[in-house]
Ligand binder design. Structure first.
Ligand code: 6PG
Length: 241
């Protein structure tokens, strides 16, 4: 199914649409299975969404006790570091909703070797896949101006790992900080629904190239065979140059 695209006048309306969509999709997933896995993204774009989900009415519209939360990528910094994707999501959302702590699975950043951390997280991802419907039910992704998603950057070796590798570590991220852990494309292809949340004029060219199928951009490579991709854009990111 070709990716669909929705455009909103500004980032607040983009966040509201994303919140409405998440409430609807989580409920639809839980109507047919006991639990729902939700992969959060880092960066700044989702913060308005996270804040909305932490407030009424959204906070009471999601069955948090049946949700398992993972991350698509993480900067290799302590959870308390302001750059931590998990730290941001906890402060803006997860600390304010009744999700059981055992169901919140941040990527570990305490191992001396980030590759060991990635291997440990892969085991958690595999447990989630085995315990559910074999997919990552809902995956949120942001996108950089270069078309990167999660911590998968153009021309990077992490894009061509074997299908058995679901989580990897990188130490040369062009977007600081350099050390990161990320889901790989084989993991992202196991999504049921991918929501690409993209805002800002600086991303318009990458949106256009990705939607045209330019596989040099990692965003264009997210094509889950049993899932669908929805682009949610603000007007600035949707304005082709
Ligand atoms: C990260 C993110 C990254 C982000 C994009 C967009 O760790 O930085 O996971 O993939 O989603 O770079 O970032 P903004 O939303 O801040 O533009």
């Amino acid at each position: 199914m070709p990716p669909s695209i929705s455009t909103y006048p500004d980032q607040q309306q983009l966040a509201t649409a994303a919140a409405d969509l998440l409430v609807q999709q989580i409920a639809a997933t839980l109507a047919t299975q006991p639990r729902c896995s939700l992969v959060l993204t880092g960066g700044t774009t989702p913060v308005l969404l996270y804040r909305l989900l932490a407030q009424l009415p959204y906070r009471t519209q999601i069955a948090w006790e049946r949700l398992w939360v993972l991350w698509g990528d993480e900067r290799y910094v302590p959870l308390a570091d302001p750059q931590s994707n998990a730290g941001i999501a906890m402060r803006e959302l997860l600390d304010h909703v009744p999700i059981p702590p055992a169901q919140v699975l941040p990527m570990p950043t305490t191992y001396a070797d980030p590759h060991a951390a990635a291997a440990a997280y892969q085991q958690q991802v595999q447990q989630i896949l085995a315990g559910g419907t074999g997919q990552l039910d809902i995956v949120l992704l942001g996108m950089g101006p270069d078309g990167h998603i999660a911590s998968l950057f153009p021309d990077h070796a992490a894009l061509t790992l074997p299908d058995t590798v679901l989580v990897t570590a990188i130490d040369d991220s062009p977007k600081p900080p350099p050390q990161r852990i990320t889901l790989t494309l084989p993991a992202l292809q196991q999504a049921g629904l991918v929501l690409l949340l993209v805002a800002g004029a600086e991303k318009a060219a990458a949106v256009q190239r990705s939607r045209a199928g330019d596989l040099a951009l990692p965003a264009a490579r997210v094509q889950p065979p049993h899932g669908r991709v929805l682009w949610l854009l603000d007007a600035a990111a949707a304005t082709a140059r």
